[in-house]
Design a binder for this molecule. Structure first.
Ligand code: 13P
Length: 260
Protein backbone atom coordinates (compact mmCIF):
# COMPACT_ATOMS: atom_id res chain seq x y z
CA UNK A 1 0.00 0.00 0.00
CA UNK A 2 1.23 3.51 -0.79
CA UNK A 3 2.30 5.50 2.28
CA UNK A 4 1.24 9.14 2.40
CA UNK A 5 3.60 11.72 3.84
CA UNK A 6 1.87 15.08 3.93
CA UNK A 7 3.30 18.41 5.04
CA UNK A 8 0.86 20.89 6.51
CA UNK A 9 2.73 24.19 6.41
CA UNK A 10 -0.02 26.00 8.38
CA UNK A 11 0.63 29.77 8.61
CA UNK A 12 4.27 29.37 7.55
CA UNK A 13 6.71 30.47 6.31
CA UNK A 14 6.86 34.27 6.39
CA UNK A 15 8.00 35.09 2.88
CA UNK A 16 7.43 34.04 -0.69
CA UNK A 17 11.18 33.56 -1.03
CA UNK A 18 11.21 31.01 1.79
CA UNK A 19 8.23 29.19 0.28
CA UNK A 20 9.88 28.95 -3.13
CA UNK A 21 13.17 27.80 -1.61
CA UNK A 22 11.44 25.06 0.39
CA UNK A 23 9.49 23.84 -2.64
CA UNK A 24 12.61 23.93 -4.83
CA UNK A 25 14.62 21.92 -2.29
CA UNK A 26 11.87 19.30 -2.17
CA UNK A 27 11.65 19.04 -5.96
CA UNK A 28 15.45 18.85 -6.32
CA UNK A 29 15.93 16.14 -3.72
CA UNK A 30 12.82 14.01 -3.99
CA UNK A 31 14.05 11.68 -6.75
CA UNK A 32 17.43 11.10 -5.09
CA UNK A 33 15.57 10.09 -1.96
CA UNK A 34 14.11 7.13 -3.93
CA UNK A 35 10.80 7.18 -2.18
CA UNK A 36 9.26 4.09 -3.76
CA UNK A 37 5.64 3.59 -2.71
CA UNK A 38 5.62 6.88 -0.81
CA UNK A 39 3.38 9.70 -2.02
CA UNK A 40 4.41 13.14 -0.81
CA UNK A 41 2.09 16.10 -0.58
CA UNK A 42 2.46 19.65 0.68
CA UNK A 43 -0.23 22.06 1.87
CA UNK A 44 0.93 25.69 1.76
CA UNK A 45 -1.31 28.59 2.69
CA UNK A 46 -3.69 29.90 0.01
CA UNK A 47 -1.51 32.86 -0.97
CA UNK A 48 1.42 30.54 -1.70
CA UNK A 49 -0.41 27.87 -3.70
CA UNK A 50 0.42 29.41 -7.06
CA UNK A 51 4.15 29.74 -6.31
CA UNK A 52 4.37 26.17 -5.01
CA UNK A 53 2.37 24.85 -7.95
CA UNK A 54 4.85 26.54 -10.27
CA UNK A 55 7.82 24.87 -8.50
CA UNK A 56 6.09 21.48 -8.47
CA UNK A 57 5.48 21.72 -12.20
CA UNK A 58 9.26 21.19 -12.61
CA UNK A 59 8.98 17.62 -11.34
CA UNK A 60 10.56 15.17 -13.75
CA UNK A 61 7.97 12.41 -13.87
CA UNK A 62 4.45 12.57 -15.20
CA UNK A 63 3.40 10.80 -11.99
CA UNK A 64 4.23 13.62 -9.58
CA UNK A 65 6.28 12.67 -6.54
CA UNK A 66 4.83 15.66 -4.70
CA UNK A 67 1.16 16.59 -4.85
CA UNK A 68 -0.40 19.91 -3.88
CA UNK A 69 -3.06 20.34 -1.19
CA UNK A 70 -4.80 23.33 0.33
CA UNK A 71 -5.40 23.74 4.04
CA UNK A 72 -9.09 24.53 3.68
CA UNK A 73 -11.96 24.92 1.20
CA UNK A 74 -15.10 27.04 1.27
CA UNK A 75 -18.27 25.54 2.69
CA UNK A 76 -20.31 28.32 1.11
CA UNK A 77 -19.91 27.54 -2.56
CA UNK A 78 -18.04 25.05 -4.70
CA UNK A 79 -17.87 27.62 -7.51
CA UNK A 80 -18.25 31.38 -7.24
CA UNK A 81 -20.34 33.79 -5.18
CA UNK A 82 -20.48 36.79 -2.86
CA UNK A 83 -18.49 35.21 0.00
CA UNK A 84 -15.71 37.59 0.99
CA UNK A 85 -12.51 35.89 2.01
CA UNK A 86 -13.53 32.42 0.82
CA UNK A 87 -11.72 30.13 -1.63
CA UNK A 88 -13.81 27.62 -3.56
CA UNK A 89 -13.14 24.05 -4.63
CA UNK A 90 -13.38 25.11 -8.24
CA UNK A 91 -10.76 27.82 -7.77
CA UNK A 92 -8.48 25.26 -6.14
CA UNK A 93 -8.91 22.79 -8.99
CA UNK A 94 -8.02 25.60 -11.38
CA UNK A 95 -4.76 26.06 -9.42
CA UNK A 96 -3.90 22.36 -9.91
CA UNK A 97 -4.62 21.57 -6.28
CA UNK A 98 -5.30 17.85 -5.84
CA UNK A 99 -6.42 17.54 -2.21
CA UNK A 100 -7.82 19.65 0.63
CA UNK A 101 -7.40 19.35 4.39
CA UNK A 102 -10.77 19.47 6.17
CA UNK A 103 -11.48 19.43 9.90
CA UNK A 104 -8.02 20.19 11.26
CA UNK A 105 -8.24 20.62 15.04
CA UNK A 106 -6.93 24.18 14.76
CA UNK A 107 -9.93 25.07 12.60
CA UNK A 108 -12.32 23.23 14.90
CA UNK A 109 -10.80 25.01 17.91
CA UNK A 110 -10.22 28.57 16.66
CA UNK A 111 -13.00 28.84 14.07
CA UNK A 112 -15.65 26.69 15.75
CA UNK A 113 -15.97 24.41 12.75
CA UNK A 114 -18.60 21.78 13.50
CA UNK A 115 -19.79 18.62 11.77
CA UNK A 116 -22.43 20.42 9.65
CA UNK A 117 -19.89 22.89 8.27
CA UNK A 118 -17.31 20.17 7.67
CA UNK A 119 -19.87 18.10 5.81
CA UNK A 120 -20.55 21.03 3.49
CA UNK A 121 -16.81 21.50 2.87
CA UNK A 122 -16.42 17.83 2.00
CA UNK A 123 -19.43 18.00 -0.34
CA UNK A 124 -17.96 20.99 -2.15
CA UNK A 125 -14.56 19.32 -2.46
CA UNK A 126 -16.23 16.15 -3.67
CA UNK A 127 -18.31 18.06 -6.24
CA UNK A 128 -15.06 19.13 -7.89
CA UNK A 129 -13.31 15.79 -7.40
CA UNK A 130 -10.77 17.10 -4.92
CA UNK A 131 -9.39 14.53 -2.48
CA UNK A 132 -10.18 15.14 1.18
CA UNK A 133 -7.76 14.71 4.08
CA UNK A 134 -10.21 14.58 6.96
CA UNK A 135 -8.64 15.25 10.36
CA UNK A 136 -9.97 13.84 13.61
CA UNK A 137 -8.52 13.65 17.10
CA UNK A 138 -9.28 13.89 20.78
CA UNK A 139 -8.33 16.77 23.09
CA UNK A 140 -6.12 16.33 26.13
CA UNK A 141 -9.23 16.35 28.36
CA UNK A 142 -10.87 13.66 26.21
CA UNK A 143 -7.71 11.59 26.38
CA UNK A 144 -7.52 11.91 30.18
CA UNK A 145 -11.22 11.00 30.45
CA UNK A 146 -10.56 7.94 28.25
CA UNK A 147 -13.28 8.89 25.78
CA UNK A 148 -11.05 8.97 22.68
CA UNK A 149 -13.09 6.37 20.77
CA UNK A 150 -16.38 8.10 21.52
CA UNK A 151 -15.00 11.45 20.32
CA UNK A 152 -13.55 9.95 17.14
CA UNK A 153 -16.81 8.12 16.38
CA UNK A 154 -18.69 11.43 16.65
CA UNK A 155 -16.22 13.18 14.36
CA UNK A 156 -16.48 10.33 11.85
CA UNK A 157 -20.23 10.87 11.65
CA UNK A 158 -19.41 13.44 8.97
CA UNK A 159 -17.99 10.73 6.75
CA UNK A 160 -21.01 8.57 7.48
CA UNK A 161 -23.27 11.46 6.34
CA UNK A 162 -21.28 11.83 3.12
CA UNK A 163 -21.87 8.19 2.25
CA UNK A 164 -25.46 8.15 3.40
CA UNK A 165 -26.32 10.78 0.84
CA UNK A 166 -24.21 9.84 -2.13
CA UNK A 167 -23.10 6.67 -3.77
CA UNK A 168 -20.32 8.34 -5.71
CA UNK A 169 -16.66 7.66 -5.06
CA UNK A 170 -14.64 9.98 -2.90
CA UNK A 171 -10.87 10.31 -2.62
CA UNK A 172 -10.38 10.24 1.12
CA UNK A 173 -7.59 10.05 3.69
CA UNK A 174 -8.31 10.04 7.43
CA UNK A 175 -5.68 11.79 9.55
CA UNK A 176 -5.71 10.88 13.23
CA UNK A 177 -4.17 13.78 15.12
CA UNK A 178 -4.49 13.77 18.92
CA UNK A 179 -4.80 17.48 19.72
CA UNK A 180 -2.46 17.16 22.70
CA UNK A 181 0.30 15.82 20.45
CA UNK A 182 0.22 18.69 17.95
CA UNK A 183 3.23 20.97 18.29
CA UNK A 184 4.00 19.71 21.79
CA UNK A 185 6.71 17.12 21.20
CA UNK A 186 4.51 14.58 22.99
CA UNK A 187 3.35 11.52 21.08
CA UNK A 188 1.07 8.64 22.04
CA UNK A 189 2.61 5.21 22.51
CA UNK A 190 2.80 3.11 19.38
CA UNK A 191 0.36 0.65 20.91
CA UNK A 192 -2.14 3.48 21.49
CA UNK A 193 -1.73 4.69 17.90
CA UNK A 194 -2.14 1.14 16.64
CA UNK A 195 -5.33 0.53 18.59
CA UNK A 196 -6.86 3.89 17.61
CA UNK A 197 -6.07 3.29 13.93
CA UNK A 198 -7.66 -0.17 14.15
CA UNK A 199 -10.72 1.38 15.76
CA UNK A 200 -10.99 3.95 12.93
CA UNK A 201 -10.54 1.17 10.35
CA UNK A 202 -13.40 -0.74 11.97
CA UNK A 203 -15.65 2.34 12.01
CA UNK A 204 -15.02 2.93 8.31
CA UNK A 205 -15.67 -0.72 7.47
CA UNK A 206 -19.01 -0.51 9.27
CA UNK A 207 -20.00 2.54 7.20
CA UNK A 208 -19.41 1.50 3.63
CA UNK A 209 -17.49 -1.22 1.82
CA UNK A 210 -15.95 1.46 -0.39
CA UNK A 211 -14.09 2.81 2.62
CA UNK A 212 -12.13 -0.31 3.39
CA UNK A 213 -8.95 0.87 1.65
CA UNK A 214 -9.01 4.47 2.85
CA UNK A 215 -5.53 5.38 4.13
CA UNK A 216 -5.40 6.26 7.84
CA UNK A 217 -2.43 8.44 8.69
CA UNK A 218 -1.06 9.74 12.01
CA UNK A 219 -0.22 13.37 12.86
CA UNK A 220 1.18 15.14 15.92
CA UNK A 221 4.87 15.89 16.62
CA UNK A 222 6.14 13.55 13.91
CA UNK A 223 9.90 14.08 13.52
CA UNK A 224 12.70 12.25 11.68
CA UNK A 225 13.73 10.53 14.92
CA UNK A 226 10.28 9.10 15.78
CA UNK A 227 8.86 8.49 12.28
CA UNK A 228 10.10 4.89 12.15
CA UNK A 229 8.01 4.03 15.21
CA UNK A 230 4.89 4.98 13.23
CA UNK A 231 5.96 3.59 9.85
CA UNK A 232 6.62 0.19 11.42
CA UNK A 233 2.92 -0.17 12.28
CA UNK A 234 0.90 -1.77 9.45
CA UNK A 235 -2.15 0.16 10.69
CA UNK A 236 -0.42 3.49 9.95
CA UNK A 237 -0.55 4.39 6.26
CA UNK A 238 1.47 7.58 6.49
CA UNK A 239 1.85 10.80 8.47
CA UNK A 240 0.62 14.38 8.52
CA UNK A 241 3.56 16.57 9.49
CA UNK A 242 3.50 20.16 10.76
CA UNK A 243 6.71 21.75 12.07
CA UNK A 244 9.11 19.16 10.66
CA UNK A 245 7.66 19.65 7.16
CA UNK A 246 9.09 23.19 7.03
CA UNK A 247 12.58 21.83 6.49
CA UNK A 248 13.14 19.87 3.27
CA UNK A 249 15.74 17.53 4.78
CA UNK A 250 13.64 16.59 7.78
CA UNK A 251 10.49 16.15 5.69
CA UNK A 252 12.31 13.86 3.26
CA UNK A 253 13.92 11.97 6.15
CA UNK A 254 10.45 11.29 7.56
CA UNK A 255 9.33 10.10 4.12
CA UNK A 256 12.37 7.83 3.95
CA UNK A 257 11.14 6.05 7.08
CA UNK A 258 8.17 4.83 5.04
CA UNK A 259 10.29 3.18 2.32
CA UNK A 260 9.95 -0.54 2.88
P1 13P B 1 3.20 19.15 14.33
O1 13P B 1 3.88 18.10 13.47
O2 13P B 1 3.91 20.47 14.31
O3 13P B 1 2.93 18.62 15.71
O4 13P B 1 1.76 19.43 13.66
C1 13P B 1 0.94 18.36 13.33
C2 13P B 1 -0.22 18.87 12.57
O5 13P B 1 -1.09 19.53 13.11
C3 13P B 1 -0.29 18.55 11.14
O6 13P B 1 -1.53 18.86 10.61
Amino acid sequence: MTAWVIGNWKLNPTSLLEVKTLAQQLVQNVYQAKLDDVQLMVAPSFVHLSAVQSELSHQEDTEPAILLASQDVSAMSADIGAYTGEVSANQLVDMDVDWVIVGHSERRQYFDEDNDLLLQKIRNAQAKELGVIFCIGESEADYQAEITEKVLAEQLQVIYSVFEQTSSDIKLIIAYEPVWAIGTGRVPSTSDVDSVHKFIRQQLANMDAKLQDVPIIYGGSVKPDNAKAFSSLPSVNGVLVGGAALDADSFLAIAQSFVE
